[in-house]
Design a protein around this ligand. Structure first.
Ligand code: TYM
Length: 336
């Protein structure tokens, strides 16, 4: 398999620690390992698949681009860009739509979840774009012929479909042109919601579900303090929420502190979760303070940000346009 990495993230609001520990921390690690050719993308066209407000989308897209730089992406080492600035994504999406089966798309869980989320909402409108969402995702990945995709657990089914599409393309057009991309997961591929540990941490569950990456100390402490630890597990087991907090400690590099709590919980009569919450809150405050400082530094220079956005897209287009050229030839479209 090649050493090409691609991943993307939607500009739907604040970046949270689920995104960070499930994916973005891995992006930075992969970038800094120097072993991969990595491309990371703010997928603004994916964010159009649910009802949205245009000025907010534009603001969130630029904001997330800055967030990613503050979180450690370095345009000198990785390609970092905005999806809609590279029109080849939409073009490949159409070509893939014609080799992706309707049946495969109807089995996508995220389509069911997202269309259900819309039910009863005043702005409810289930678009064909929402149905086609995973085809655009496959186009994102395969445009760069990536073999590895660092994402959280919730993206596994989309990745499986990307492999199906790559495979069908290769069989249909008689060339081993696309690799079948594999997931690269972190040790926390599914962080649970702080206020409902039966579900994954997500913005759609409200701000109490997550800690944002640039959140201030007061909010961080209050959210962790009110995190739910038990969800009715038998007394002999550590609660799902508490396990989630232990995972967060490990993710921040405090595995020794997590291990000490685990030993105490395994032997103790009673589990005291308040000290665990204090330790997690301290770790989160350190993390978010560092990110806030870095973001403030970067965000001031608007011209530099704009320049990086357009340079990133140009760099991505060099690869993307070559893929489109090859694909157009293979599928029988005229040379441009
Ligand atoms: P998105 O924008 O919802 O999430 C971005 C990344 O964060 C991960 N993530 C989590 N990981 C662990 N625990 C959580 N609670 C949690 N919540 C989110 C996601 O798994 C993801 O890796 N469809 C994608 C965006 C996308 C994409 C792509 C990804 C579009 N094209 C091509 C990879 C490759 C999405 O909506 O991610």
């Amino acid at each position: 398999m090649n050493k090409i990495v691609f991943s993307g993230i939607q500009p739907t609001g604040e970046l949270h620690i689920g995104n960070y520990f499930g994916a973005v921390a891995n992006w930075v690690r992969i970038q800094n390992s120097g072993e991969y050719d990595a491309t990371y993308c703010v997928v603004d066209m994916h964010a159009m698949t649910m009802p949205y407000d245009p000025p907010t989308l534009r603001k969130n897209t630029e904001g997330l681009f800055i967030d990613l730089l503050a979180a450690g992406l370095d345009p000198a080492k990785s390609t970092v860009f905005i999806q809609s600035l590279v029109p080849e994504h939409a073009e490949l999406q159409w070509i893939f739509s014609c080799i992706c089966s309707f049946g495969d798309l109807t089995r996508q869980v995220t389509f069911k979840e997202k269309s259900e989320q819309l039910e009863g909402r005043q702005d409810a409108f289930v678009s064909a774009g929402l149905f086609n969402y995973p085809v655009l995702q496959a186009a994102d990945i395969l445009l760069y012929r990536a073999g590895f995709v660092p994402v959280g657990k919730d993206q596994e089914q989309h990745l499986e479909l990307s492999r199906t599409i790559a495979n069908r393309f290769n069989r249909t057009f008689g060339h081993e042109y696309f690799p079948e991309p594999a997931v690269l997961a972190t040790e926390t591929p599914k962080l649970l919601s702080l206020n409902d540990p039966t579900r994954k941490m997500s913005k759609s569950l409200g701000p109490k579900s997550y800690v944002a990456l640039f959140e201030d100390e007061k909010n961080v402490r209050s959210k962790i303090r009110s995190a739910i630890t038990d969800t009715g597990e038998p007394a002999s087991e550590i609660g799902a929420g508490a396990l989630n907090l232990l995972g967060l400690l490990r993710a921040t590099g405090r595995a020794d502190v997590a291990a000490a709590f685990e030993t105490e919980y395994a032997t103790g009569e009673q589990r005291r979760y308040a000290p665990l919450k204090d330790a997690v809150a301290d770790a989160m405050v350190d993390l978010t303070a560092g990110f806030r400082a870095r973001r403030a530094e970067i965000a001031g220079d608007k011209d530099a940000i704009r320049r990086l956005m357009y340079e990133g897209a140009e760099k991505a287009r060099v690869v993307a346009s070559q893929t489109i050229k090859d694909v157009r030839r293979l599928v029988g479209l005229p040379r441009r």
